[in-house]
Ligand binder design. Structure first.
Ligand SMILES: [Zn+2]
Length: 621
């Protein structure tokens, strides 16, 4: 008996010993995909051995996920969401003995708890709220030649410290207008004694779209696998040693592959790093760096980075597909011509896009079997694709479409979630400069909304007032838009006070194509500067992108991104609407600049050009 007990004790001691010295996993961060459908929890775990419990709490209905043997390295945080299936998510250290990190999700009636899938990929945790991949058909960007900046990737969410349990109800109020220096305090109803509650902070939160879970070398190529939607930027080359760089924007990589080098052979290797919080970078070192290209799998979850001279020897697909149709549409924009090539397939397509210097664009479709080259040529040889060439790929299977380009050509490619449709936008400068100012906005109705006015000066520093600057800029924009044939309505055209609701009613009564609110930003920190574009409704994203892109291209200032925000005017107007923050009055240099005619003209030009690109020739509308 005594021996048995001693044995048990020994076992227990050993067990405890093990427990105490077992690595406690770190839970480092949590990010969200742009649809709130995927939540990435990044951990320090590398062996993939995770203990996770899922449970339900009621009143209100919540789901909790307990990650065992884990410590939270970031502050406990409450994320609040304004639309979609989740209304909030809290991550906190639930207990320290044993170590448990708890994620509690409060959901809306749109969410079915049984749809939640908890996955462990590469030692990290992925929570999938729905199987959106099979149900949606929207197009998503997979390749772009324009460098990504912060836009698309951040959204402002309300972040709060966890509040003490005495708090019965907490309502976060949203500032109806930007630039009010007073932070809106949460409304708190207390039970007994007062408790200190930190004000809600608006924080720009990274919303990832792709999680790079793993990487491995297969048949002399680098296979990148993950969850979400993979997206690549234009590749670029470095020398000494010769390297090629593939950037995956809007992505987070698993800790275990970060900064790791993968040997391909004696002379070639690959390294993966988290280059920016929003960007995963893959660097291939090879004497033949220019031979590398990325092949997209048929499900947007994987890419294979492989040499041109090795592709033929690798089995890239299990199923073949049939090219159902090819169409080209040509659209003249402000100073450019965009040729859009749409390819439809019966089954998911495996393909790659490679730019051969400034001579041609190579679109290789590997698993396409049924096609007729003459009829395909007939369909695509239009616009700037009139000299396109179609080849059979090496090995007989699949085809390659070669499109002549110049150094001024830019490309972006979108794909549907089923990988059965590819749309290439190939943009070239217009051959002969068209006369600008010839009714590019005929029949368009635009409401311009200079912020503040009258008794409301808006943001103010050194007696410089936002209301005056935004009115000056709006008046310039008004004239430029009218020169293009647009009908323009100004919510105010002099220094008078107009309430937010009156601005909305004014706009809605005029049924404009778009509503553009013009503001100047302010911050307590005088070094903060740059340009932000805010939207709220989904129908306004396209307008926001056009305006932001145009302003960032024309104005030499920091790109602070396109942000989804709940400003009153962009939330309540019927038309697609944006609110522009054209600089910071609190930054001395910008304050001085924005008072100059040159800067105001340049901003007005940029806004005008953005609106032309968005609205002319069947843009958004
Ligand atoms: Zn303002």
């Amino acid at each position: 008996m005594a021996v048995k007990f001693l044995k048990l004790l020994l076992v227990l001691i050993c067990f405890c010993f093990q427990m105490a010295f077992a690595d406690v996993m770190k839970v480092n961060d949590i990010t969200f995909d742009s649809s709130d459908s995927i939540i990435f929890v990044s951990t320090s775990n590398s062996d993939g051995d995770l203990k996770i419990k899922k449970g339900h709490l009621s009143n209100p209905d919540r789901i909790y996920i307990d990650i065992e043997n884990a410590v939270l390295t970031k502050k406990q945080t409450l994320y609040e969401f304004r639309n979609g299936k989740l209304s909030s998510l809290r991550i906190s250290q639930f207990s320290t003995n044993p170590h448990v990190v708890r994620i509690v999700m409060t959901y809306t009636s749109k969410f079915k708890p049984e749809d939640l899938k908890v996955m462990s990929v590469g030692g990290n945790i992925i929570l999938k709220l729905e199987n959106y991949k099979l149900t949606q058909d929207y197009l998503t960007q997979v390749y772009r030649e324009v460098k990504s900046s912060t836009y698309d990737y951040f959204e402002k969410v309300q972040v709060q410290e966890a509040v003490p349990p005495q708090v019965l109800e907490q309502i976060v109020l949203n500032p109806a207008e930007p630039n009010k220096s007073n932070v809106v305090q949460p409304k708190v109803i207390l039970k007994d004694e007062p408790v200190r509650v930190n004000p809600a902070i608006q924080e720009s939160k990274l919303r990832s779209r792709y999680f790079v879970a793993d990487a491995s070398v297969k048949q002399g190529a680098l296979l990148i696998s993950g969850t979400g939607i993979v997206n690549l930027e234009k590749v670029f080359y470095l020398s000494n040693p010769s390297r090629v760089v593939f950037d995956i924007p809007n992505a987070v990589s698993a800790g275990k592959i970060r900064n790791k080098t993968f040997t391909i052979n004696e002379t070639e290797n690959a390294k993966i790093g988290q280059f920016e919080p929003t960007k995963v970078r893959i660097v291939i070192t090879s004497p033949d760096a220019d031979k590398y290209r990325a092949v997209y799998s048929g499900d947007l979850q994987n890419i294979l980075i492989v040499r041109d001279d090795k592709i033929a020897g690798i089995k890239l697909f299990a199923e073949t597909t049939k090219l159902l149709s090819a169409k080209v549409k040509t659209k003249k924009e402000y100073r450019t011509q965009k040729d859009t090539l749409s390819l439809d397939f019966e089954e998911p397509v495996v393909y790659s896009i490679k730019r051969n210097g400034n001579t041609s664009l190579d679109i290789s479709l590997y698993n396409v079997t049924l096609y007729s080259i003459p009829s395909l040529l007939n369909q695509i040889q239009q616009g700037n694709l009139k000299n396109a060439v179609i080849d059979k790929l090496n090995g007989g299977q699949g085809i390659r479409i070669l499109i002549p380009i110049t150094d001024k050509t830019t490309l972006d490619c979108v794909e549907n979630l089923q990988s059965t449709k590819l749309v290439f936008n190939i943009t070239n400068p217009l051959q002969q400069q068209q006369k600008i100012g010839k009714g590019l906005l005929n029949k368009k109705i635009i409401v311009l909304d200079p912020g503040h006015g009258g008794t409301d000066p808006g943001a103010m520093r050194e007696s410089v007032m936002e209301k005056h600057i935004v009115l000056e800029i709006a008046k310039l924009v008004e004239q430029k838009l009218k020169n293009q044939g647009a009908t323009v309505y100004m919510s105010r055209s002099n220094d008078t006070f107009v309430s937010l609701s009156d601005r909305v009613v004014f706009s809605n009564n005029r049924k404009p194509d778009v509503f553009v609110s013009i503001h100047i930003n302010a911050s307590e920190n005088s070094s903060v500067h740059g340009i932000e574009t805010h939207y709220y409704k989904d129908d306004s994203i396209d307008l926001a992108k056009h305006l932001h892109k145009s302003i960032i291209q024309k104005i030499n200032d920091k790109d602070r991104g396109i942000i989804k925000s709940r400003f009153y005017v962009i939330r309540n107007t019927d038309a697609p609407s944006v609110l522009l923050e054209l600089g910071f009055i609190s930054n001395e240099q910008e304050r001085e600049l924005m008072q100059t005619k040159e800067r105001q003209e340049a901003l007005a030009d940029a806004i005008t050009e953005g609106l032309i690109n968005c609205l002319s020739d069947g843009g958004t509308k």
